[in-house]
Design a protein around this ligand. Structure first.
Ligand code: PLP
Length: 396
């Protein structure tokens, strides 16, 4: 018999969400997550994936993944510290370190998992963490797990960060203080002010932690936001994901050898959750090699991003102040935003609406993620659909 308490809880909360139109229905793709996708038999131009460089469907990656299955099987068979470390894992970590220009790196099963792992391996209840208010959910959860005091600072507000760092330091209450930020903020496409953050960190002895999930493969000629600012030896923790621009799955920390040595003995998902499977690792290694060999995909991503931005801006849409290919189209009103996204879908563009509470009230938007795999024809078609729907709904 199922629990009545649980049944009542679920029914009440599900009905509540559905009543408010906030229950998210998931549409499964009937195709790879490429530049065009198929949903319910309908072909759509895809402007919603994080597959920035188109590598998720790259033939070169598919080939090495298939070979790795032949050679190593489909599963790693154990956690890393028992005997789930294949020679492939070590090669992946060496490749990540090279890609990030750090002494060493450690790989995890996902970027989310990596934040669960890394923060609490170093920070505890006698410490404090200064956290940008717009940091990703996995950073927030990772901070909570550590039991350190969480001090939020206003988004990218360096005066606020400095004041809070000073107060925390002078209070004498904390053994260690960390500052933690996204490298690229995915809702607006803005970049963290890393030179100032590093300067403040030096002034107040802060540990620095940058989660560059949306910056790797995109900024710094591919190497990420930290490299973009020339700060590779000034940031303690460089976090990344292997699931966005890299196109596969997984997460990592890149940093000093001793930090990585410590994470290998103290970070719980590394010790207690089975490691990445062979096919994924082989594909990640190839993907990183492709990024280090040439900036071709990176350059095409930026070209496409600039093209889409210009197209939407010229039509009169508010595209915010993105500094990356991420192109928000800010509509404002939540209901209108959802209608706009629904009409785009009907006309053949898949671009998800993002509304409160993910972004502040009154700043509802449709977020566009152009990739290196889009052709000019696809972008032109998307822009003309935007024009049609925008005029129809009196947005432009
Ligand atoms: C997407 C994202 C993650 C999660 O990465 P996954 O590999 O998908 O688990 C973590 N941090 C940030 C900042 C992200 O944008």
């Amino acid at each position: 018999m199922s629990s009545n308490v649980l049944d009542q809880f679920l029914q009440h909360h599900l009905d509540d969400l559905k009543g408010k139109g906030l229950y998210n229905v998931i549409d499964p793709l009937e195709s790879p997550n490429g530049s065009k996708i198929k949903i319910n038999g309908k072909e759509l131009i895809n402007l919603s994936s994080n597959n920035y460089l188109g590598l998720a469907t790259d033939e070169r990656l598919k080939e090495v993944a298939t070979k790795a299955i032949e050679e190593f099987g489909v599963g790693a068979g154990a956690v890393r510290t028992i005997n789930g470390t294949l020679s492939l894992h070590t090669k992946l970590e060496d490749t990540i370190a090279k890609f990030k220009h750090t002494e060493a790196a450690i790989a995890y099963q996902s970027g989310f998992n990596c934040n669960m792992a890394a923060i609490s391996a170093v920070m505890d209840k006698n410490d404090a963490i200064l956290s940008d208010e717009l940091n990703h959910a996995s950073i927030i959860d990772g901070c909570r797990l550590s039991k350190a005091k969480i001090i939020r600072f206003n988004h990218s507000d360096m005066d606020d960060l400095r004041a809070k760092a000073k107060a925390a330091k002078e209070s004498g209450q904390y053994n260690k203080i960390m500052v933690i930020t996204d490298g690229v903020f995915s809702m607006d496409g803005d970049v963290a002010k890393l030179p100032e953050i590093v300067e403040i960190a030096e002034e107040f002895d802060l540990i620095t932690y940058v989660d560059d999930a949306h910056g790797s493969g995109v900024l710094g000629k591919g190497a990420g936001t930290v490299k973009h600012f020339g700060l590779s030896d000034k940031v303690d923790f460089q976090i990344g994901t292997l699931s966005k621009a890299i196109g596969v799955v997984g997460g990592y920390v890149a940093g000093k050898q001793e930090l990585i040595d410590w994470l290998k003995v103290r970070s719980r998902p590394f010790l207690f959750s089975t490691s990445l499977p062979p096919a994924d690792i082989a594909a990640c290694i190839r993907s990183l090699e492709i990024l280090m060999e040439s900036t071709e995909l990176h350059d095409r991503l930026w070209e496409n991003g600039d093209y889409l931005k210009k197209g939407l801006k010229d039509l009169g849409f508010n595209i915010g102040d993105s500094e990356t290919p991420i192109t928000p189209c800010i509509i404002g009103d939540e209901t209108l935003t959802q209608t706009f996204s629904k009409r785009l879908y009907e006309e053949g563009v898949y671009a998800k609406s993002i509304v409160f509470p993910t972004v502040p009230q009154g700043t509802g938007r449709v977020r566009n993620m152009p990739t290196a795999a889009h052709t000019k024809e696809m972008l032109d078609e998307a822009i003309s659909i935007y024009e049609k729907v925008g005029k129809e709904l009196n947005i432009i």
